[in-house]
Design a protein around this ligand. Structure first.
Ligand code: DX5
Ligand code: ZN
Length: 221
């Protein structure tokens, strides 16, 4: 398993002062910036695009930017995010007609590639493509909004995907996204996740470092 990564979802940040929020959350001991892109088509919400990603890079953010695309179609926005400074780009297989092609496109653009499984998407979608991926992202809520409750069946799914990843022998990350909090992150880590997205749990509290420290303590338990 890879070293644990905490990736705060800026969906729950104060967008009126985004640069400062990202600086503060990274200074609080987080590792990546989780960047939720919604198009009011694949999901019923509308958020941020490549211009904001580029603005964060210009602001001086050097941490990996973990772009979670909830858009359809996928391929035409991939080069824009690569140019804007994305490090990883993850997408939903339901939103791409040619999943294998999209993975290769992301890598050809110089980014790491992730595939996102919704709560009802079977793990078999990983057949034939798992070894091409740098990350599998399991959604533990339905995509579209922050602040939803963790869906408990995701724990079993994490265990299944962990086994599949370990069987490849490759350093593929297993990310969890949705409803992650200090009081459930321990069992999520035990089920096999190594990369933890958290939005409302961090940005909803005044002391980001206290939340991040509590999360790390639970992961290490
Ligand atoms: C939901 C997004 C998540 C969301 C997580 O579609 O992919 O990244 O912001 O927010 P919390 O941690 O509040 O569930
Ligand atoms: Zn996300």
């Amino acid at each position: 398993m890879q070293p644990a990564v905490i990736a705060p979802s800026i969906l729950s940040a104060n967008f009126a002062r985004l640069g400062e929020e990202v600086d503060n959350v990274l200074a609080a001991g987080t590792d990546w910036v989780h960047f939720d892109v919604m198009d009011n088509h694949y999901v019923p919400n509308l958020t941020i695009g490549p211009m904001i990603c580029e603005a964060l890079r210009k602001h001086g953010v050097t941490a990996p930017i973990d772009v979670h695309l909830m858009v359809e179609p996928v391929d035409r926005i991939v080069p824009d995010f690569a140019k804007a400074g994305a490090s990883l780009i993850s997408f939903h297989p339901e939103a791409s007609r040619h999943v294998h092609r999209t993975i290769q496109l992301i890598k050809a653009e110089g980014c790491q590639a992730g595939l996102v499984l919704n709560p009802a998407t079977p793990v078999e979608v990983l057949d034939y493509v798992l070894e091409d991926l740098d990350m599998v992202l399991l959604m533990s809520v339905n995509p579209g909004f922050g602040g939803q409750a963790f869906i408990p069946s995701t724990l079993d799914k994490l265990r299944q995907v962990r086994k599949r990843i370990d069987a490849t022998g490759k350093p593929i990350r297993l990310e969890i996204d949705g409803g992650v909090k200090p009081d459930n992150i321990g069992e999520i880590a035990a089920a096999g996740a190594d990369t933890f997205v958290a939005g409302s749990a961090i940005f909803g509290k005044p002391d980001y470092r206290a939340v991040v420290d509590a999360m790390r303590a639970e992961i290490a338990r």
